[in-house]
Each structure stands twice: as C-alpha cells, then as structure tokens.
Design a protein around this ligand. Structure first.
Ligand code: COA
Length: 329
C-alpha cells in the first residue's frame, strides 16, 4: 500500500469583536493588570455577545480555511469540531457547521477533550486520511468559554476567552510531507483538578444542598505542574517517533493557557523564544481553539515555510494531553 499522510492546506480563525481588558477586570474583581500580565501573560480576551454562538465562530473559521485551501465544501469528507462549550450538547457544532457551509457530503463529529481537543481531532483526521478512508477533513477548535465563567472568582475569570480556529487536512502522497507522528494521553484519576460542574447530566450541589454554579473549578497549581510535565513529555515523544530532536523544531505551537507554562515547556526543550509562538496576550485561554488560532496567525505571519518542523502540543481537563510533529508542506 502507498504510504500516505495528512497535510494542512488551509487555516482560518474567527473572534468576537468585544474585548475584555485587564483594566476592565480590575473593576470586577480584586486583581491587577500587573498580576495577570506577569503570572499568566494575558492582556485582553474576546467575549462573545448573546447573539454570537460557538457555531458562529466555528463556521467563519471553517469558511476561511476552505477558501485558503481552494477546496469546494462538497469535497469535505469529515468535519470534526473540538469543543467543550457547544451551542447545544445535541445537535453537535459539527452538524451546524456542515449545514452553514454546505458541506453536504461530510460526516460530522464533536470531540470533547477540553483544551487538548484540537490535537485529538487532528489525530482522528490523520488516522482517517493515512488509512486512505477519507481525503479532506476540516478540524475546528471553537469555544465560548466565557459562558461558563464565574465573574466573581478571580482565580479563573481572568484566564478564559472565546474564539475559533480551523485547519483543513488533505491527503499527502509523500509520507514525509505533513503529519509525521502523534502522542495522545489522558489520566482520569486527575478528573477533579479541572471541572465544569452541572455541565452534563450529573447534578452537583454545595454542602448546603444548593445547586453548584455551572462555572469552571480549578486547582491551578496542580494543573500547572501536570501541564508542564505532560506537554514536555508529549513533545519529546512525537519528536522521537519522527526520528527528530528538539534541535530540528522550527516552531512550537503550545496550548495558550499561561505564558509561564509555555516558557517552562520551551525551556525544557531548549527552544529559543523565536521558535515559540505566543498570542495568549490577545485572546487568553480559548481552550480547544488556542492551537488552531495560533496556527492561523503563524501562517499569516509567515512563520512556517515548506520543510519546517512544527510541533503542536496541548493539555487540558480530564486530564488530557497530546502533541503532533508536522513537516510543513
Ligand atoms: N489577581 C491577583 N491575585 C491573584 C489572582 C488574581 N487574578 N488569582 C490568584 N491570586 C493570588 C492568590 O490568591 C495568591 O495569593 P496569596 O499568596 O495571598 O494566597 C497568589 O495570587 C498566588 O496564587 P497561586 O494560585 O499560587 O498563583 P499561581 O502562580 O499558581 O497562578 C494560575 C495561578 C491559575 C494563573 C496558575 O496556577 C495557572 O496558570 N494554572 C494552570 C491553569 C490552566 O492552565 N488552566 C487551564 C487548563 S487548560
């Protein structure tokens, strides 16, 4: 059998217009621009309005990716949307996007792997394309995180933002041009470190019996330590599987959750700052959307050229983690 892989031929992004700055947050909770900038690296984030949905941004990002790729929507075989903040649990966001862009021949699936979702989605796309079952797969990361934020909790409300990014994967006849390797992982024993209570069928209550707020709960320090460890290990694993070392890396696109986490991972990989993509200051943590949003901006800024080795690397609730090594084609 011919050895195939998947390559990315189109990227896109979509963001709400409305900005929430650190100065705005100073008016809402006991915090400061200095604390947020230094400890997390965020200056502002985007906030969806009531008439802007997850599918609104997912659709716009998808349209941009397929336009850049020059692929007709009817030629898309599969739409995978990585999200844990869908418009509705069902129908999936992928179904809504399929309808909005006219991808009438596409299968549709939402993937829930929290902030690792885009990497999991890309891994599914890679498997389908590499096996020869499908040709064109749209992978989107899209989130409306701010629908689930407790705006009185300074530990979490400063972190999150909304937005979407998309990438169109297609078949590459040269197995050395495109996705080279992947590493995925999870550890359900760490399920309590990052939880969105009352977001599913289980009812969460407080000690006094009242319903818990449907807002992110997080053990920040523990998540931080696990994130650095697993992202470092995942990046090293994909490089080893591809027969590469960190010296071969041209660009690292890591999940944008905290600049100190990204810096710690980059330091362990001995990557200089110019090989590490950062845009957290503009958008905050957009969960499954951070990696495709950053990828889109890396392409816009011409930070990737054919032959470059790109590593995408993410972690999230679950806990989950994943990475991919890609030779840019
Ligand atoms: N503004 C000002 N002070 C704040 C604050 C805020 N928004 N949030 C917390 N603080 C305070 C704390 O109350 C604490 O004060 P104390 O020393 O008087 O008790 C101090 O800052 C340090 O808190 P700590 O929680 O130890 O800070 P940290 O350096 O661990 O940073 C996070 C907190 C959440 C930014 C960091 O742990 C983190 O990024 N964790 C990973 C989160 C993440 O990635 N989540 C998404 C996963 S996909």
């Amino acid at each position: 059998m011919q050895s195939l892989t998947a390559k990315i031929i189109g990227v896109g992004k979509a963001l709400p217009e409305k900005r929430l700055t650190n100065a705005d947050l100073e008016q809402m909770v006991e915090t400061s621009d200095e604390w947020i900038s230094k400890r997390v690296g965020i200056k502002e984030r985007r906030i969806a309005q009531d008439d802007e949905y997850n599918s609104t941004f997912a659709t716009t990002a998808a349209q941009a990716a397929i336009q850049m790729a020059g692929v007709d929507a009817k030629e898309i075989d599969f739409i995978i949307v990585a999200t844990t903040t869908p418009d509705t649990v069902y129908p999936s966001v992928a179904c809504l996007v399929q309808h909005n862009i006219g991808a009438v021949n596409a299968s549709v699936l939402d993937v829930a792997a929290a902030c690792t979702g885009f990497v999991y989605g890309a891994a599914l796309a890679w498997g389908m394309i590499k096996s020869g079952l499908m040709k064109n797969i749209l992978v989107i990361g899209s989130e409306i995180n701010t629908a689930f934020v407790d705006w009185s909790d300074r530990d979490t409300c400063i972190l999150f933002g909304d937005g979407a990014g998309a990438a169109l994967f297609t078949v590459s006849d040269d197995a050395n041009k495109g996705v080279l390797s992947m590493e995925l992982g999870g550890d359900g024993s760490l399920k309590d470190l990052l939880v969105l209570p009352n977001s599913g069928s289980r009812k969460y209550t407080e000690p006094d019996g009242s319903p818990s707020l449907r807002a992110t709960r997080m053990s920040g320090n523990e998540v931080y330590k696990n994130a650095v460890r697993h992202m470092n290990e995942a990046a090293l694993a994909v490089l080893a599987k591809a027969g590469l070392t960190s010296e071969d890396v041209s660009l690292l696109i890591a999940h944008q959750a905290n600049i100190r986490i990204i810096d710690a991972v980059a330091k362990r990989l001995k990557l200089p700052a110019e090989k590490v993509f950062i845009n957290i200051e503009k958008y905050g943590n957009t969960s499954a959307a951070t990696v495709p949003l950053a990828l889109c901006e890396a392409v816009e800024q011409e930070r990737l050229k054919p032959g470059d080795i790109l590593v995408i690397d993410a972690f999230g609730a679950g806990l989950t983690w994943g990475a991919m090594a890609i030779r840019w084609a």
